[in-house]
Structures are given as C-alpha cells and as structure tokens.
Design a protein around this ligand. Structure first.
Ligand code: FE2
Length: 294
C-alpha cells in the first residue's frame, strides 16, 4: 500500500532557460505560470499551479521529483515508513512549501542520491483555467498525476527495492532481461501504467525522460510535425510501446534528455493486473534517430 497517489511535479536544472521557455511553450504547449526572481520558470498544464519547474543550475538533469499524497496523515505515515527504513527525511519549512505551492512537503533521497519530495495540499487554480500558448487539447492528469518519469540507474535492484518496498509502488512489468544492455522496470501507484520506471541504460543523465499525455492522439501527431517544423531533434519516431501501449514519440529537450509526448495508453485495473515481461520496448516505430538514451 502506497500513500503516493501520483507524480505531482518535477523540477529540472538548466543553464539554458531561454531555450527551455520556448521549447516548453511553443512545442509542448505548456503555460508559463510563474517567472521568478532567481530565474526559475514554472509551467502548468492543468489546474495545478505547479507542475514543471525549470531552475537555474549546472546539471541539465533532474533537480527533484514531487510525489503527491492525499493529506497530512498520509504524509506523516510515509515519513514514518521512510525513517523506519533508515532513510533520512527532512520536514521542509514554509519557504519550500510556498515555492512548490503546496501546504506541506518532506524531502529525501533515493539510493542513487536523486532528491524526492512528497507533499500534501497542492494549490489548484480552477479560476484560471489552463490555457495553452498553442492550439492543443487537454492533457491527461487527474487521478493519474502529472505524467511519468524514467530514471536511469546502475543499481537496479537497490533502486527497485526502495521504490517498491519503501515507497510502496507496485510492479507493472519489465522490458529486457536484467543481463541485457538496456532493461527497464515499470512501477505504478494509480491507474497510470507507470508513474516511475527505472532504466539500465548507457546514459550519463539520471533523468531519461518525462512523459506528458494528451487526451487526443491527433495532438501527438500534430506535435510530432511541429517538432520537425521548429527544428527540434526527434529522439524516437512515432510508435506504440509493448507494455503500456502508449502511442508516442520522443523529442530531445534543450538539456538533452527526452520528453515522451503520448496518448492512448492502457490503464491498470489493480484487481486483475499481473506482472509480465517484454523483450522489446515497442510494437512498432520508436526508431531512434540518435544515440539511445531511453
Ligand atoms: Fe515513457
């Protein structure tokens, strides 16, 4: 049983804020919600005030991953389980909570050292409906959260144990065998097939990709065309994944990790779900046009 309901927000570091602003707004169709004095750009794609933050920093990689829980009691239960498993937890003060536009937030690191946060009480602003700067339909969030992320690791077993046994994610499935050069473990906490996956990949970055999902699959195709018109490198062509059945393509971000832009995946029905494995990531497509990272 996990207190975690889904991916709430993601923070990334970059030294290329201007490139990120036009990538996020003109291509992805995210709304710039806040431009802060320290240079942080905050983007939204639904009623949540805080979904994606691009912050000044050296790494061109993930800065923190924000997980939503239902309420303060769930946050305390998660904090206690982390401590019982000897994970150092910081109960963050009002300053961090205000930055993240939530009521309460705790932080901790996974075994690879990536910073995670869990929060209760996110700020929703239905009085300011999400308006995309480009012509695009709704994004799929709600009880499935912001989207999914894939983190690379050299310690697959230790990371998987942390996410499943400590944080309470449930296994969805596997792609690739543990002894192959590229292998993946997928985990869920909601009907979304995975909110996080771990990848054994030859990559210098911790963040392999962030997936955002549109309600209309035509928006995936239109965004694919637009990426090419705007000159953004396609990391993988249109395709459909074997495990979550996502119809998607991958585009390289200004930080050289990928955004997966997708639609039309299957949903997990928890009582009937059972764990399976796949030997390849895609039914068709997803042809990589650059050195593989996801
Ligand atoms: Fe993905």
């Amino acid at each position: 049983m996990s207190e975690i309901l889904g991916l709430g927000y993601l923070g990334v570091e970059t030294q290329q804020s201007a490139a990120w602003e036009s990538f996020a707004t003109k291509l992805l169709g995210l709304e710039l919600a806040d431009r802060r004095e320290n240079g942080t750009l905050v983007f939204r794609l639904d009623d949540y005030a805080y979904r994606f933050a691009v912050e000044p920093g050296p790494s061109e990689d993930v800065a923190y991953v924000g997980w939503e829980v239902a309420d303060d009691a769930a946050l305390i239960a998660l904090e206690e389980r982390l401590r019982r498993n000897d994970v150092a937890v910081v109960v963050e003060g009002d300053a961090v909570a205000r930055m993240r536009r939530v009521r309460r937030v705790i932080s901790f690191n996974d075994p690879d050292g990536t910073r995670h946060e869990a929060f209760s009480g996110p700020l929703l602003q239905p009085q300011k409906p999400f308006v995309s700067p480009r012509s695009i339909g709704d994004f799929v969030t709600g009880d499935q959260g912001f989207g999914h992320i894939v983190l690379t690791t050299k310690n697959m077993e230790r990371q998987q144990q942390f996410f499943c046994d400590v944080l309470g994610f449930r296994l969805s499935d596997y792609i690739g065998s543990p002894d192959s050069e590229r292998s993946f473990v997928f985990m869920h906490c909601s009907p979304r097939h995975h909110s996080i996956a771990l990848a054994r990949l030859p990559s210098p970055k911790r963040l392999a990709h962030l997936m955002i999902q549109t309600a209309d699959s035509d928006d995936v195709g239109l965004t694919y065309d637009l990426a090419q018109q705007l000159g953004y490198p396609i990391a993988a062509t249109l395709g459909r994944h074997t495990n979550d059945r996502m119809f998607s393509f991958y585009v390289k971000t200004p930080s050289n990790w990928d955004i997966e832009f997708g639609a039309d995946p299957l949903l997990i029905d928890e009582p009937t779900w059972h764990v399976r494995q796949y030997d390849v990531p895609s039914v068709w497509g997803h042809v990589r046009s650059a050195p593989a990272r996801t």
